[in-house]
Design a protein around this ligand. Structure first.
Ligand SMILES: Nc1ncnc2c1ncn2[C@@H]1O[C@H](COP(=O)(O)OP(=O)(O)OP(=O)(O)O)[C@@H](O)[C@H]1O
Ligand SMILES: [Mg+2]
Length: 230
């Protein structure tokens, strides 16, 4: 198994937010994490990759338990996290951002990120800070893919972006997961989009998983949308 969470609890210091989350993810598998605002999706991702405090449970990579609060360990194992604020280097150009990602790569990526996002090639010499939100998100995903990850974890792929950009991002993730065996954990406010990209879903409510299954199973369930609509 590439990545697994076993009864994970996490939060910030004494504030416990996420409780008892378990799932497995193998090479090429894709998981959407859905839930309304403030239900703990970001905290779960941050706990999984060692950026928030894990107070219970275990996270394993290649069946090996990982220490909490050690994000570098995950990067070294080929697990790349794209935060909801995208985390590009604003003062560096697009090309420099991508080159840096390649320098710290887990593996040489088979994917040509400029082919996935042709718009970035035209913007190569521009500082990332001058890009639009959509272009920055393309760059954030391009950077992440340039690290040659085995597992990509993306918080809020489509929020606030125009449909044509969302379409490009979706296509890039579908290509990466289908053609290079990339595993993916995706948080998005748009359940239709997340379920178009992912095979499986967990739904969070107040820090706990309240529904889990394949996209087809859950999408057909009568109560599914009630868990997601405000
Ligand atoms: N650094 C922090 N310290 C303490 N509490 C926090 C911190 N960050 C988030 N929280 C709280 O944790 C809970 C879950 O927040 P989280 O950001 O994980 O939810 P989310 O599902 O990602 O929400 P959104 O859809 O708005 O992104 C919220 O009640 C939030 O106020
Ligand atoms: Mg969030």
């Amino acid at each position: 198994m590439l990545f697994s969470a076993h009864n994970v609890g996490g939060g910030y210091g004494a504030i416990h937010i996420v409780k008892d989350v378990s799932f497995d993810l193998d090479t090429g598998e894709t998981l959407a994490v859905l839930g309304r605002n403030g239900m703990g999706k970001t905290t779960l991702l941050r706990t999984l990759v060692g950026l928030a405090d894990r107070f219970a449970g275990e996270v394993r990579v290649d069946e090996r338990p990982q220490p909490p609060r050690n994000p570098r360990a995950f990067a070294r194992l080929g697990i790349t996290y794209v935060p909801d604020d995208r985390g590009v280097f604003a003062r560096l150009t697009v090309a420099e951002n991508i080159r840096l990602a390649r320098l710290s790569a887990y593996a040489k990526s088979e994917l040509d990120v400029y082919q996935l996002f042709p718009a970035l090639e035209e913007l190569a010499d521009q500082p990332a800070g001058t890009l639009s939100g959509g272009q920055q998100q393309q760059l954030a995903i391009a950077r992440a893919l340039a690290t040659g990850p085995r597992l990509l974890i993306v918080d809020e792929l489509s929020q606030g972006l125009q449909p044509s950009i969302v379409q490009d991002l979706t296509q890039a993730l579908l290509t990466a997961t289908h053609e290079s065996g990339l595993a993916l954990i995706l948080v998005d406010q748009n359940p239709e989009l997340a379920m178009r990209i992912c095979q499986r879903v967990i739904v969070m409510q107040r820090g706990e998983v309240v529904a889990a299954g394949t996209t087809t199973e859950l999408g057909a369930g009568a109560n599914f949308l009630d868990l997601l609509v405000v």
